[in-house]
Design a protein around this ligand. Structure first.
Ligand SMILES: Cc1ncc(COP(=O)(O)O)c(C=O)c1O
Length: 430
């Protein structure tokens, strides 16, 4: 006989609702075929994991399941009845084979039990936090955080009876001091935007364990190619798939990965917030991911070469890149990232923001656009793009100085990128 519940708390106490039902066997996530390629390297996983080859037609590669709904069957009625809607094909906001296929590939790359793809990075971030936090919960986060996330934490948590404290992302002491009785989550970006500060992940995880907190990391700037967050004990890892995962600047998407138990808890929030990824975007993302490892290798090596070039140029005042010995946390970068320092560089040019604007207009290859992680180099000034929602004082406090430029280094020939920057600097400072 069905029970009737007063509220969600009754359901949780009862323990018989699906997201709290630990008796239910947890699979690794919905899938058509199990294709994790667990024992293989990232290049092999990128190409093969999750791909659905249609047995009936022999079509090689995941078809686009461009449908909003599916024929109902005994299996789907049963899944609805038992609250297992995530595991069956019912309705595309709930799940779709195109989503499942790319989720398998992401899980494989993240070494995760389970993943969900979203319609944007912000959908992944907001749904994850709303799912994990309860009324009255507190979050410790970073002052150096993506503007959209900052706005969500600062403006919206309050409306749900939750709160946030922003700290330095590099000081474990400051983070520990901010923990309160009601703190539930430590939320940080692994490599910060735009100054590429490094969060000491292992120490953050230890702090999470000490106080029984969930550690959630936005790994957009590094990606699972450069560091596997879940292997280090992080509870949930988020990516804006818009960036390196997709890598072609032609879709908006987001991912969250972790244990099946935690990811199962986020899924109902996805249903309520409605940020499911469209099947066509899933197709593009899965196809782009086939070259993920290939692209990341070039992003990393191009950025290291370009950072070294910029550091030696007399008109460049300072370069921020974890692979340079001059980076304040270079030692931590070396042990944590093991030589994979990312494709992002920030640098300060002589002459301040006015000259920085001129440089953007003088360059031929890097495109003046916000965002990052595309095959093409993208260049912008943080003060009027990613950090525009901060006041001048806040920008100064986190180190966004006059003349700071952010460069997402693409996969063009490195000699061409260096030549282009050189010709622009010669023109400007002649
Ligand atoms: C670090 C980081 N996280 C999250 C996001 C949000 O991602 P999306 O634009 O896909 O919603 C961004 C966007 O720039 C970002 O840089």
């Amino acid at each position: 006989m069905k029970k009737s519940y007063q509220n969600i708390e009754d359901k949780r106490k009862d323990g018989s609702v699906w997201f709290n039902d630990l008796k239910r066997k947890r699979e690794s996530g919905p899938k058509l075929q199990h294709k994790r390629y667990t024992e293989f390297g990232d290049s092999t996983k990128s190409v093969h994991a999750g791909q659905y080859d249609d047995q009936k037609t022999g079509a090689l590669g995941t078809p686009i399941f461009q449908c909003s709904t599916f024929y109902l069957s005994e299996a789907s009625y049963e899944a609805i009845e038992e609250g297992r809607g995530r595991d069956e094909m019912i309705y595309t906001r709930y799940g779709n084979p195109s989503q499942w296929s790319v989720q398998e590939k992401i899980s494989s790359l993240e070494n995760a039990e389970s993943s969900i793809v979203f319609s944007s990075g912000m959908a992944a971030i907001s749904s994850t936090l709303l799912a994990i936090l309860d009324k009255g919960s507190h979050v410790v986060s970073s002052r150096d955080i993506y503007g959209g996330t900052y706005n969500f934490l600062y403006e919206d948590l309050d409306r749900y009876g939750m709160s946030v404290t922003f700290t330095s992302p590099t000081s474990i002491d400051e983070i520990e001091a901010a923990i309160q009785e009601n703190t539930k989550v430590l939320y940080f970006e692994a490599l910060t935007n735009p100054l590429l500060k490094i969060v000491p992940i292992e120490r953050l995880v230890a702090l999470g364990k000490k106080y029984n907190l969930r550690v959630i990391i936005d790994n957009t700037f590094l990606t699972p190619y450069n560091i596997k967050m879940l292997d280090l004990g992080v509870d949930l890892v988020i990516n804006s798939a818009t960036k390196y995962l997709n890598g072609h600047s032609d879709l908006i998407g987001g991912t969250v990965s972790g244990s099946r138990k935690l990811v199962d808890r986020i899924w109902p929030q996805l249903l309520k917030n409605g940020g499911s990824m469209d099947p066509h975007a899933c197709f593009l993302l899965e196809r782009s991911l086939k070259t993920f490892a290939l692209r990341m290798r070039t992003h990393n090596s191009n950025a290291l070469d370009l950072a070294t070039y910029l550091e030696n140029h007399p008109k460049i005042k300072k370069v921020y890149y974890p692979g340079l010995a001059s980076h304040e946390q270079h030692e931590l970068a070396t042990t944590q990232l093991k030589g994979k320092y990312s494709g992002m560089i920030s640098f300060e040019i002589e002459g301040g923001d006015a000259i920085a604007h001129t440089l953007l207009k003088t360059l031929k290859l890097p495109k003046e656009a916000t965002s990052l992680g595309g095959v093409e180099s993208l260049i912008s000034l943080p003060y009027n793009t990613s950090q525009a929602s901060l006041t001048k004082e806040q920008q100064k406090a986190i180190g966004i100085n006059d003349g700071l430029i952010r460069l997402s280094v693409g996969v063009e020939d490195i000699a061409d990128l260096i030549f282009d920057i050189e010709q622009a600097l010669i023109k400007i400072f002649k």
